[in-house]
Ligand binder design. Structure first.
Ligand SMILES: C[S@@+](CC[C@H](N)C(=O)[O-])C[C@H]1O[C@@H](n2cnc3c(N)ncnc32)[C@H](O)[C@@H]1O
Length: 266
């Protein structure tokens, strides 16, 4: 494959980081997230939290958004610190925390650069595919390693992620990407994708660019191993309502992961 130079790669990641912060700072997005905060936990999240978190846990919520998962977790009897790198999102979360009278310590922070002491938290979470917004394999690994560092031994890292499946409804998109990355770039066509699995979406008005990285299941498992986690449980699939067909469907290209920092670290 024609690879981007390390400098260009770094530049693209920095551009993307700013674009993502910009996207989550927009008025329209913030209004959407005001509503998401009311929706609360997804069925799969609730199931895993009930199974793995002991009452009174101290939880670090990475890329917390407007507090969709933080508020219910406090109601369940836990303490939550939430960080997000979009300052307007943190302002919104603080406003909602006051309104709802639910105490969460919301702060601006980056999920790839955690400013917390080692062994502090009972659980670290990063949900609603927020981990997929981190560009670059090494940056996603930094997030996992950081989570591992700040967890107490025996603590849980719980996250959700898109899962790339080539032979799926998305196959045409992957074939297009293959052509772009392996052929068109060679002929000088401007291609933004750095890694296989990077996806850029356009919105309905075909203007906004939304980046997301869709890793394969084996890559996720490999990265969790590299960060020294033990994988406890993986739920493949997410139940979603299909408006057109008026029925609930399981989307298989999504997963929930529960990983543990080993208890005995000698
Ligand atoms: C899809 S939203 C999810 C928000 C929330 N977790 C939820 O489930 O409603 C993604 C969030 O990730 C944040 N984000 C993206 N990259 C981040 C990073 N590197 N560090 C911290 N927050 C990040 C965005 O600002 C945005 O609020």
């Amino acid at each position: 494959m024609i690879k981007l130079s390390k400098n260009n790669e770094k530049k693209e990641y920095e551009t993307l980081r700013k674009e993502i912060i910009g996207r989550y700072s927009r008025k329209k997005t913030l209004e959407e997230y005001r509503n998401y905060a009311k929706q609360g936990l997804w069925k799969e999240e609730k199931k895993l939290f009930n199974k793995y978190l002991e009452k009174g846990s101290l939880i670090l919520d990475l890329a917390c958004g407007s507090g969709r998962e933080a508020f219910p977790l406090v109601r369940m009897g836990h303490k939550v610190i939430g960080i997000d790198n979009a300052p307007p999102m943190i302002r919104l979360a603080k406003e909602l925390s006051k309104k709802l009278k639910i105490k969460v310590d919301f702060k601006i922070g980056d999920a790839t650069d955690l400013k917390f002491k080692d062994n502090k938290f009972d659980a670290v979470i990063i949900l609603y595919n927020s981990w997929n917004f981190i560009s670059g394999e090494n940056n996603r690994l930094k997030c996992l390693e950081g989570g591992y560092r700040v967890l107490k031994p025996g603590g849980y890292f719980i996250f959700s992620s898109h899962i790339r499946r080539f032979f799926s409804k998305e196959m045409v998109g992957w074939i297009k990407q293959l052509i772009k990355m392996y052929f068109l770039r060679y002929f000088g066509y401007p291609v933004r994708e750095v890694e296989w699995g990077d996806v850029y979406y356009k919105n309905k008005e075909k203007v906004e660019c939304l980046y997301i990285h869709k890793p394969s299941l084996s890559k996720i498992k490999k990265q969790l191993k590299m960060a020294n986690f033990n994988i406890m449980e993986i739920i493949i699939g997410i139940e979603r309502y299909n408006k057109k067909k008026n029925m609930r469907k399981i989307k298989k290209n999504y997963g929930f992961f529960v990983c543990k920092k080993p208890d005995n670290l000698t």
